[in-house]
Design a protein around this ligand. Structure first.
Ligand code: BG6
Length: 490
């Protein structure tokens, strides 16, 4: 949530500053905030990493990152003057002593008021070690705020997530921990709340009396690329469903929060996650479909099978596709299936939410009345469409479905900030609305663990879809069994 006119002072320390995430997302986002004037002069950034770099060399690399991502970065020179590099062995106590010293110097030099934000853009294996050292070295004892941003994956299952959380909580309070789910930074995901609660025409219909089903798709053209090692231990269920898709479900299904405060919103989202129907093993097999891509053709090019990707086991049983039917056990949603699907190497990159309303039960006019739909387009185009029945002009009895669309106009699009910029800004303001609270993680992991357990009993018959297709046929059958089909054509 961006609030204009704030002056923020902070020292941002990035662990993993020479990594891909920092170059693609973090530096351009922080630069954008700087260019918009949010920091004034009271800002400094320490990039840390294992590499031996001078601050000059580091600044050169950051310059390239910004120039590659932002047209005409006018304030780049003055931005770079606020950047410093420190070689850091995350396991060495001494490393943190010198980091503390540098932090104190910069605090003084840039009037940072002791505000410290630590960004862990590094493997989760190091989260516990780093937070422990931050505490012991005195880096977290500061007169200003101390906050930490943590990248996913947050655990591998409920148990490991709990252990990780305990380690971090030894050094930071829950309201100082910002667990990134970058989908929560996307404009149209943030718009779900506004659409629902800002319009009288939707909320009264937002229940099982009027909604037939909800479909959420996040499909990718890309394969696993260079992330084979990580992906082998994750798979689509943990990589996408446990976090991004369940977050979307909870935003779509939550009750109206008492206020826009993060704790009020989290409380309602947790209620949804708690109410996810605890499915029996037999239902898990019926309601969840997994897939893995074989070689195939995308955009006229042949792409390899998942099992032939770098760092992937030749007999891998890791899923690259998941479709599922999720049911929510409460008065509002009982009987309304939420279908989700996500996969790599599909025909299109899209993130789309379709809310299908029930057909008018006493339609006195015409047989061919169609269901009303509200389609929220998250990516690649941002906007939404409402499909309504209407008279066809000049045809006596004919009806047609009309698409009332809002597409984010070009001007707005130019201002559309990257999800990371939104999230970084929220953290600096201490606003946790668009981050994952520990309680949300607990319930999403418990739900996912059950599915993983059932899947582990049976070897899947992989590969079962070709790259360029939209998952295995069982994904379509999942809806056909309920007399439905996926609305969004991929
Ligand atoms: C990440 C996953 O969280 O989301 C990736 O780890 C995936 O595997 C990515 O590619 C998709 O994000 P987006 O914003 O492109 O839909």
């Amino acid at each position: 949530m961006l609030i204009l006119g704030k002056n923020i002072s902070a020292l941002i320390t990035i662990f993993g500053a020479t990594g891909d995430l920092s170059y693609r997302k973090l530096f351009p986002s922080i630069y954008n905030l700087f260019q918009k004037g949010y920091f004034a002069e009271s800002f400094a950034l320490i990039g840390t990493g294992l590499n031996e770099l001078t601050t000059e060399e580091f600044r050169k690399q950051v310059r390239v990152s910004i120039q590659n991502h932002i047209d005409n970065p006018k304030k780049i020179e003055s931005f770079l003057n606020h950047l410093f590099y420190k070689q850091q062995d995350v396991n060495s106590k001494e490393s943190y002593t010198s980091l503390l010293q540098l932090s104190q110097e910069l605090d003084e030099q840039f009037s940072l008021e002791g505000n410290r934000l630590f960004y862990l853009a590094i493997s989760p294996n190091f989260f516990g070690i780093i937070t422990n050292h931050l505490k012991k070295s005195g880096l977290t004892q500061t007169k200003g705020f101390k906050r930490i941003i943590i990248e996913k994956p947050f655990g591998d299952d409920f148990k490991s997530a709990e252990k990780l959380n305990q380690q971090i909580r030894n050094a930071f309070e829950e309201d100082e921990i910002f667990r990134i789910d970058h989908y929560l930074g996307k404009e149209m995901i943030q718009n779900i709340e506004r659409l629902r609660f800002g319009n009288t025409i939707f909320e009264p219909l937002w229940n099982n009396k009027y909604i037939s089903n909800i479909q959420i798709t996040s499909s990718e053209i890309l394969g696993v690329e260079e992330r084979g090692t990580y992906y082998e231990s994750s798979g689509a269920l943990k990589d996408m469903v446990q976090n991004h898709l369940l977050q979307i479900v909870s935003l779509l299904a939550m009750e109206r929060p008492t206020s826009r405060r993060a704790d009020d919103i989290v409380r309602e989202k947790v209620q949804v996650l708690k109410a996810l129907k605890n499915v029996e093993p037999i239902e898990i097999n019926q309601n969840f479909v997994r897939g893995q891509y074989d070689k195939g053709i995308i955009n006229n090019e042949t792409v390899p099978a998942y099992r032939s990707e770098t760092n992937v086991n030749k007999n891998s049983t890791t899923e690259t596709f998941v479709a599922g039917k999720i049911e929510i056990n409460n008065a509002r949603w009982s009987g309304v299936p939420f279908y989700i699907r996500t996969g790599k190497r599909m025909s299109k990159k899209t993130i789309q939410i379709v809310i299908e309303f029930k057909k008018n039960p006493r339609n006195i006019y015409y047989e061919n009345n169609k269901a009303n739909l509200l389609v929220i387009n998250v990516q690649p185009n941002e906007g939404f469409s409402l499909y309504v029945n209407s008279k066809k002009s000049n045809q006596n009895n004919e009806m047609q479905i009309v698409d009332l669309s809002y597409i984010m106009p070009i001007n707005d699009k130019m201002n559309t900030v990257d999800a990371y910029e939104n999230l970084m800004f929220d953290t600096l303001l201490g606003d946790q609305t668009n981050f994952t609270h520990w309680t949300e993680l607990v319930h999403s992991w418990l739900f996912i663990d059950e599915i993983e357990k059932v899947w582990s009993y049976k070897q899947p018959n992989f590969p079962n879809y070709k790259a360029g297709e939209n998952g295995p046929k069982e994904s379509d059958e999942l809806l056909e069994k309920d007399g439905l089909s996926w609305w969004n054509e991929l």
